[in-house]
Design a protein around this ligand. Structure first.
Ligand code: GDP
Length: 392
């Protein structure tokens, strides 16, 4: 179902497909319906729902993802028609946030949003609940037997458990907020600078990360790659170590109840030493995306972090758009993660923009973490203890 014109709908659906792929899905087919408002029963109309069921049967799809927020009732009724799991935009985005949340605050924030989403949908989700809600509860998260109070139905029990869990998460989050500022000071003095790749979903952030760390452009440290799939250890051609992290992508129409979770997963951007702001140069209006992203940088207090604008997909970009961008952002770097064009220039710009901090430490302390990383690469040995020890 779509509110806007066909182009809006197409863009939104393309983004949804990209999000679904980010979440690990294989997208088989897209379907839009133009209506003045969603069908109260099945979100898309009755006829469309039947069409959807036929597509599901023909393709063997196991999930239907809707570009919007469905009421718990719509979700259930559409599932009854298509006979496979139905996921809405909110649930999909939550899934991606969960993959990207790396700090304990980010994780707690995402879990809170997930439970909040789950609560009114309990009936529809039925048995999967004990698995969902018990996830990080630390053992004993199995069935509800024994936990059930007298006269309480399964749903009431589940609801109570979720409410308890949410209250606990809120308390934890309040504590974490106070601890955060202290931690920030510690991070500021760390030896290995961090570079955060940020930008819209589909701008090509992960393609660029792979391009930069693959094929020896910036050496990747396998040790760190296993710790967190979104963080890579790299070093500049002149040997300065830094971390390169892929952050959760910006999305259009972020459901409002996800804003907090989004911000906390983006926290690493505010804590980084340099932002590679990746922009999709082939997008019809990259400037609007840049301003939207910068607005959020301001909200998460990342405005002090130096920013390098990287216009990606130059192989597919409109020359006039590129020209306008160059005038507006004279320091931008143009690349194509696909063809590799501009990547050497990006590496140079990145090395220049990396904070001086790295150089100073390099000169003053011969065995800083950055040097150790370089050493590991040279000697091909694993010095795991040095790498996991944070407190120097
Ligand atoms: P992310 O969501 O920002 O991580 O974006 P991805 O790296 O997943 O890329 C999104 C889409 O853009 C994928 O279909 C990529 O193949 C495509 N893409 C990425 N970089 C380029 C590029 O330089 N040129 C072109 N034409 N497409 C690209």
């Amino acid at each position: 179902w779509t509110r806007g014109n066909q182009t809006d709908a197409d863009n939104s659906l393309t983004e949804l497909a990209a999000l679904a792929e980010t979440a690990g899905a294989l997208v088989l087919e897209g379907l839009t319906q133009r209506r003045s408002k969603p069908d109260p029963a099945t979100y898309v109309g009755k006829g469309k729902a039947a069409e959807l069921r036929d597509i599901v049967e023909a393709t063997g799809a196991d999930t239907v993802i809707c570009d919007g927020e469905l009421t718990p009732g719509q979700l259930r009724q559409l599932e009854d028609v298509v006979k496979v799991k139905v996921v809405d935009r909110t649930a999909l985005i939550l899934d991606i946030f969960a993959q990207h949340a790396s700090s304990s605050e980010g994780k707690a924030q995402v879990e809170l949003a997930q439970l909040n989403y789950l609560l009114p949908r309990l009936r529809g989700w039925g048995d999967s609940l004990s698995r969902q809600a018990g996830g990080s509860g630390g053992g004993g998260a199995g069935g509800g037997v024994g936990l059930r109070g007298p006269g309480e139905t399964k749903i009431e029990t589940d609801r109570r458990r979720i409410n308890d869990k949410m209250a606990k998460l809120r308390r934890q989050l309040a504590h974490m907020r106070t601890a955060r500022d202290v931690k920030k000071d510690v991070r500021r003095t760390r030896e290995v600078p961090s570079v955060a790749i940020a930008g819209y979903t589909n701008a090509g952030k992960s393609s660029l990360l792979n391009r930069l760390t693959g094929a020896g452009v910036l050496v990747e440290n396998a040790l760190f790659a296993t710790l967190d799939p979104t963080v890579r250890q790299a070093r500049t051609p002149d040997g300065r170590g830094f971390t390169l992290s892929d952050t959760v992508g910006f999305v259009r129409h972020l459901p409002h109840q996800l804003v907090e979770a989004f911000r906390s997963t983006l926290e690493e951007v505010a804590d980084s030493d340099l932002i590679l702001h990746v922009v999709d140069g082939s997008h019809p209006d990259p400037e609007s995306q840049i301003s939207a992203v910068r607005e959020v940088f301001a909200e998460i207090e990342a405005v002090d972090v130096p920013e390098l604008i990287v216009v990606n997909k130059v192989d597919a970009a409109d020359p006039d758009t590129l020209k306008t961008l160059r005038t507006r952002y004279p320091d931008l770097v143009e690349v194509s993660a696909r063809t590799g064009e501009g990547v050497p220039e990006l590496v140079t710009a990145l090395a220049e923009a990396l904070p001086e901090l790295a150089k100073e430490v390099h000169a003053l302390v011969p065995y800083s973490r950055g040097d150790l990383v370089a050493k590991v690469h040279e000697e091909g040995r694993i010095l795991s203890e040095e790498h996991t020890g944070e407190g120097t």
